[in-house]
Design a protein around this ligand. Structure first.
Ligand code: SAH
Length: 252
């Protein structure tokens, strides 16, 4: 859902090859909404050649006469630039920008703008942006090829999307898996402490940080109710076993 709300906007691109390569870079990363603002030479066989299998993205590109037209329904507009401008725009790196785009895309359409090959985005175009993204690069040669820049941002967007999907499935898993409650865990820790003292592993006179370390270990693993019951069962068996041994020893 988030990815389908993200649009890549090429502003006044002049080389059809870059437009085709952009379509390919996008499709590799599951992005499909390409907007072209006043492109030169479009459509073009060179663009189709460079799209290699991403012609669907290329052919469904929306061509707009102006930037305002391309972003009119977007609630978040982010620009990209290699150059340090005289007026400071809030600037993020690609990963930070991708996270903002994914977050924004949950609420509606968002746009990522790329400038013309020679001039980049004009200040009047940057005025439409809420923030700027820049790919850190050699300070004497920081300007990437247009489609290469799209590829880097598209990759970061896809990574941010995957991370979010993982978080969502973790949350579903946690909700389904009946995690042990705080109270149950405290019960386990008390039981464990008691057993460790009974078997002489924990010296109450000199406990060090043993219990704290063990608690940290169990807290990290996110025990569910079944796992907790197994551990409690093991502790009870250890107690029974050591009682049997004690009784045996006292009879001898
Ligand atoms: N001389 C222009 C270069 C334009 S390159 C300039 O300095 O802006 C074409 C487009 O690719 C840029 O407008 C930008 O959208 C993107 N791009 C190229 N290098 C980039 C970088 N290091 N960081 C972010 N975007 C970059």
């Amino acid at each position: 859902m988030a990815l389908s709300n993200i649009r890549i906007v090429l502003v006044r691109p002049t080389h059809p090859g870059n437009v085709g390569a952009t379509a390919r870079a996008m499709k590799n990363m599951s992005l499909h909404n390409l907007y072209l603002v006043a492109p030169k030479d479009c459509p073009s066989p060179e663009a189709t050649d460079r799209a290699v299998g991403a012609d669907d993205v290329l052919h469904s590109a929306i061509i707009c006469p102006s930037l305002d037209e391309a972003i009119k329904d977007c609630h978040l507009v982010i620009g990209t630039s290699a150059r340090q401008r005289r007026i400071e725009w809030p600037t993020l790196d690609p990963a930070g920008g991708a996270a903002r785009l994914i977050e924004g895309a949950r609420h509606g359409p968002v746009a990522l703008l790329f400038g013309q090959e020679r001039t980049g985005l004009l200040n009047s175009e940057l005025d439409r942006c809420h923030l700027m993204l820049s790919i850190p690069a050699d300070k004497n040669y920081s300007s990437l090829n247009l489609a290469s820049a799209v590829q880097i941002f598209a990759y970061e967007i896809y990574q941010a999307h995957l991370a979010e999907t993982d978080r969502d499935s973790d949350a579903v898993f946690a909700a389904q898996s009946n995690l042990a409650s705080h109270e149950d865990l405290q019960g386990l820790y008390r039981h464990l402490e008691q057993v460790l003292m009974q078997i002489g592993f924990l010296d109450p006179e000199n406990p060090r940080y043993l219990m704290r370390r063990l608690m940290r270990l169990f807290n990290r693993s996110g025990l569910d109710q079944n796992e907790l019951n197994i551990l409690r069962g093991i502790l009870t068996s250890v107690q029974q076993q050591s009682k049997i041994n004690l009784d045996k020893n006292s009879q001898e």
